[in-house]
Design a protein around this ligand. Structure first.
Ligand code: NAD
Length: 415
């Protein structure tokens, strides 16, 4: 049987927790569907003078706990289904770390690798302007995701600000520091992920210096995670990007890898390392595996062969529910995406607060607050998993869905 799509996966995860906590049927019915799905067709004049039209999406899954919050993805495989799944995961993620946001996601079907800077700017500005009445600091606040970055967030902020007539930093997070971005935001997803790993290592009485680490995906999340854990003494033995990976059991230097990738476009030919495919990389002998690329990479087909005994999901949705069960039965500690990568949206929340108040904090303060939130969320999830004898994804879902359900019950149904 084929592996489930991200949306099938997200709904299956939700169904499992709904059954486990005996979720009120009305709340269940409401949360199984998104609140709103926007589809926009974005015209862009390519450098050759011809106008091409790109399909874009923005989905709000739930705004019961606060404004819709979630990244924007530029990728050829983006679909309304995928964006809907990602928006659901954002609802749960914001609830796990208990920040006052709902869940959203956006995406445009495009291949930014084949587009010039000017074309990407045109795409971004027109996508934003098609959604100008949807985005806003109190309604819907985008952020970076796959193939989007601080420059793209700056264009969104500028387009929105021009429409309203004043500079509005609160409309988007992950911005450059110069226009109201937060110190620490760039590394926040990875730093948060590493905090959750350290919480787990503490409970297992293990030292970071004794761990070997494999990272799939070498963008914002993958690179920073490799860098931080390497600086703290762990040995990063393999990394990959969309074009494949490299492996050296004696350890690799994350900065050298980044420099090499920037110079050569991939890791191919990196000195002193063997080449591995993305499939082989996931099955390497190591202590900690950090999937930090795309969805559905750990499935029933390879879950039996994963050798890491800790998996920390930097990416959203890298594991199917069938694989969850296999990993749990095998005793693998598995920190789920809605906890492991929640550091990004947590510091996005701090960025939003700083932007609304026009009061900016030092990096130490941001990192200290991030650590507090991640530690607290990890404790809650760990305690539920121990008490209920469930895997950490189920525990995180119990926490998140219960919080969202309580918010919905207090607010009631309009009209
Ligand atoms: P990015 O665009 O900066 O990097 C993505 C990386 O994945 C690139 O190195 C790319 O080459 C690699 N990749 C793409 N397809 C691949 C494949 N098939 N096999 C292996 N590698 C592949 O994106 P990012 O922001 O680092 O996001 C990565 C993941 O983390 C996504 O699932 C995203 O939703 C999730 N995430 C990101 C943030 C954030 O703050 N950026 C926050 C939470 C979750």
């Amino acid at each position: 049987m084929a592996n489930p799509s991200p949306l099938e996966n997200a709904l299956e995860q939700f169904d499992l927790v709904a059954k486990k906590i005996d979720l009120d049927a009305s709340i269940y019915n409401r949360l199984r569907k998104p609140e709103k799905c926007y589809i926009v067709y974005v015209p862009v004049r390519r450098d050759n003078g011809v106008v091409e039209v790109f399909e874009g999406f923005r989905v709000h899954h739930s705004t019961s706990r606060g404004p819709a919050k979630g990244g924007i993805r530029y990728h050829p495989d983006v679909s309304l289904e995928e964006v809907t799944a990602l928006s659901m995961w954002m609802t749960w993620k914001c609830a796990v770390v208990n920040i006052p946001f709902g869940g959203a996601k956006g995406g445009v079907v495009c291949n930014p690798k084949s587009m010039s800077r000017c074309e990407i700017q045109g795409l971004t500005r027109r996508y934003t302007s098609e959604l100008i009445n949807v985005f806003g600091p109190h309604t819907d606040i985008p952020a970076p995701d796959v193939n989007t970055n601080p420059q793209i967030m700056a264009w969104i902020m500028d387009t929105y600000s021009i429409a309203v007539g004043y500079a509005e930093p609160g409309v988007v997070t992950g911005k450059p520091i110069d226009i109201g971005g937060s110190l620490g935001r760039n590394e926040a997803t990875s730093r948060g992920c590493i905090f959750t790993i350290y919480n787990l290592l503490k409970r297992l009485n293990r030292n970071v210096e004794d761990q070997t680490v494999v990272v799939q995906g070498y963008g914002n999340v993958g690179y920073n995670a490799a860098q931080i854990i390497h600086d703290d003494g762990a040995k990063v033995i393999a990394v990959s990007d969309s074009r494949g990976g490299v492996y050296n059991p004696n350890g690799l230097d994350p900065r050298e890898l980044l420099n090499y990738k920037q110079e050569h476009g991939s890791f191919k030919g990196f000195p002193g390392a063997d080449e591995v495919t993305n499939e082989e990389l996931l099955e390497l002998d190591c202590n900690i595996l950090i999937p930090a690329a795309l969805e559905n990479v750990i499935t029933k087909d390879n879950a039996d062969r994963i050798k890491a005994d800790i998996i920390a999901e930097g990416a959203n949705g890298p594991t199917t529910t069938e694989a969850d069960e296999i990993l749990f039965e095998r005793g693998i500690y598995h920190i789920p995406d809605i906890l492991a990568n929640a550091g990004g949206v947590t510091v996005s929340y701090y960025e939003w607060v700083q932007g609304l108040e026009r009061d900016f904090w030092c990096e130490d303060e941001v990192n200290r607050k991030l650590k507090n939130i991640m530690d607290r969320a990890f404790d809650c999830v760990w305690d539920i998993s121990q008490r209920e004898k469930v895997h950490m994804r189920m525990a995180a879902y119990i926490l998140a869905v219960s919080r969202v359900a309580r918010a919905k019950l207090w607010r009631g149904l309009y009209p």
